[in-house]
Design a protein around this ligand. Sequence first.
Ligand code: ADP
Ligand code: ZN
Length: 442
Amino acid sequence: MIYMAQKQHRIYNPAMECIDREQLKKLQGERLAATVKLEYENVAVYRERMDAAGVKPEDIRTVDDLKYLPFMEKTDLRDYYPYGLMASPKSAIVRIHGSSGTTGKPIVSGDTRGDLDVWSEMMARTLTAAGCTSEDIVQVAYGFGLFTGGFGAYQGADRIGAMVLPMSSGNTQRQIMMMKDMGTSILCCTPSYATYLGETVREMGIDPKRHLKLKAGCFGAEPWTEEMRQHIEELLGIDACDIYGLTEIAGPGVAFECLEKHGMHINEDHVIPEIINPATGEQLPYGTPGELVFTTITKTGMPMLRYRTHDICTLTDEKCACGRTLVRMGRITGRTDDMLVIRGVNVFPSQIESVLVSAEGVAPHYMLIVDRVNNSDTLEVQVEMTEGMFSDTISHIENVRKYITDQIKSVVGIASKVKLVAPKSIPRSEGKAKRVIDNRKL
Ligand code: ADP
Ligand code: ZN
């Protein structure tokens, strides 16, 4: 089911993606009520919490009643690991996924056949929005495993009927060989790996426009910036679309960018987003930045009610030129839990990244090292020079270093020690980039 709203905009499921908002609200209310009932009847800990808050399933009839429900937290997934939050019997669960980035026990979620179906639909919408059709060849360079990236992209491409190359992450030379030989047209991986692939393609003397058939990429699973988007688009000669998701809610495809590339449409017929003040829990209006909270309304394996993501962003219901009526979320500007507090100042790594990518002579590969010396916090920013810069004069290098230091001071508001390091000296990541080392916690 593919429909062209405008020349370049493809929509997988226009009945839902372009739904009238009043009708959507009604549908969400019905689905929410059913999910709350399912949760109350099957998940003891949530029932206890609702009872303690004096809320009965019958009290939740519309989206406006959402605010009466208690929140769920990442710690709940740890505390009730592995099956404590499942609302369906084990025999109905057909897949387990787990989060990638955390230490110790993973955070797991369980999907029923129906949940996998919903997730595949969300990813089919995502890929279609980036221009993918059954004619395309989709290279999945997200990891396959407990991590949701690989399977999510695979399922969406399979649903569309595209040809899939389930490469998983890593083995860059092989990725590029297959990309070239098979004629890959859509690439799915993390933005940091897309940058690395792009740089390697260039180093190998491959001209994407002449030797490759790539046209677009769906990149997500970690924060990135507008500048990084431009960098990837230039390196690979493609449209780079942002895609968002998390294991607890479904995996990738919870929200996706259309080719307008100004925010990610949220699949609101399956999840209800809210923005809250992270300190008070109070709901905030569209346009105000705050913590993103999701409620799943079609999942039955492990539904999540008012799940706090710790991701900070803004929602907008402004009309999008693609024709979709689904609200959009802006880029994640940080996480309430990856926010660094350095000498009392809130610092998001993305702020520093935006300074680095706008400076000349440095590559977007960096590491932030936070420490405490004589009871005072220190921030060291290591960033790689480009090859050209590396062989430039010492005084020019020093000017660039000073420029970056001044920019960080003015954008972030704190003094830092900037070190320009040799090209390729910062470890590359095949999955999510690790960009902060906080030695204060040790
Ligand atoms: P973990 O947080 O343990 O790595 P996941 O692999 O499920 O678990 O990752 C989900 C998180 O990844 C999100 O909550 C968000 O912080 C981040 N993320 C996913 N997609 C994006 C994106 N497009 N932009 C920014 N951050 C993202
Ligand atoms: Zn759009």
